[in-house]
Design a protein around this ligand. Sequence first.
Ligand code: AQP
Length: 349
Amino acid sequence: MSAFEARVFSGVQPSGNLHLGNYLGAIKRFAGLQSTHNCVYCVVDMHAITVWQDPAHLQAAIREVASAYIAAGIDPKGSIIFNQSQVSGHAELAWVFNCIARMGWLNRMTQFKEKAGKNRENASAGLFVYPSLMAADILLYKATHVPVGEDQKQHLELTRDIAAKFNNDYADRIAELDLGGEEGYFPMTEPVISGPATRVMSLRDGTKKMSKSDLPDLARINLTDDADAIAKKVRKAKTDTEPLPGEVDGLKERPDAANLVGIYAALAETTTADVLKEHAGAQFFAFKPALTDLAVAKLAPIADEMRRLNNDPGYIEGVLADGAERADAIARPVLQGVKDIVGLLSSRK
Ligand code: AQP
């Protein structure tokens, strides 16, 4: 049993085109954790600018992620919703962690390799140290649990490596200042990656992750898509010619089929095995309309609520300001502890 108070932290980048993968892999699960945990949900705008963002659109994109959180059922009074750049502790702790993380660790991050592509020399330094900022986001709140999609698993492992190295490098100082229990100053945060849709794939290629930046638009279902757009994208989703199998093993080597069945299971809040039991032997011309009906029933109310909230920017900005104040109140003493441990001088506590 950890000595740390259980706390959930997670975030989504306001980099446009929120999609079904963000919803099923992250946002839907954020909402579900509120009944059992204290939750802090961040719009990670400082992460977003590690690649170019049009300043004319970024503020609206920040509000849109906050709208999606609320529309998906996150209660802004119970949980904390805020944007990262309004709490300066994220940047301050990230700098300390840049001095803890090793170049070799960061060099192994597959997301950097994918996003930087062949033109590595031209990638921003921010993109390279993205995982240090992510560790800071989490550990600034001493979060014990982080719900994320499968793609973030490696960054979560790095967060644990950074926490462990900090706890170890400064063990004597932490003990001297009486700032940590047996585990040290920071907890060993657990990733929460579970359910049938931790990696939703592109509708055009079941071997590629559904992603915000993927072109064409037919590859993903956007959270703001209307019923017609959802129906068209499901109808055009790539499949094979075989009927659905009766067992999960029958989906091996069938990535496009596995993707659609996984999406169905996550939306219906059941398992892939149960979906296959119900639809064994069905051809895609029969399964796709069932998936469309389910997707529209689950997503249309969220899209409607997002549209309503997007028309009320004053309300969303009020939520973000209140959330930033509450987040800052948790973050400040944690950051002060870090400064004391490291030996930085603070004459204005
Ligand atoms: N396809 C996915 N399936 C399941 N979960 C996913 N997530 C993202 N894509 C999928 C999860 O959504 C959360 C927020 O992701 P993010 O916005 O911080 O960044 P990302 O993962 O880089 O999103 P994209 O869509 O892939 O954006 P681009 O195209 O800009 O690279 C995370 O918990 C993530 O796991």
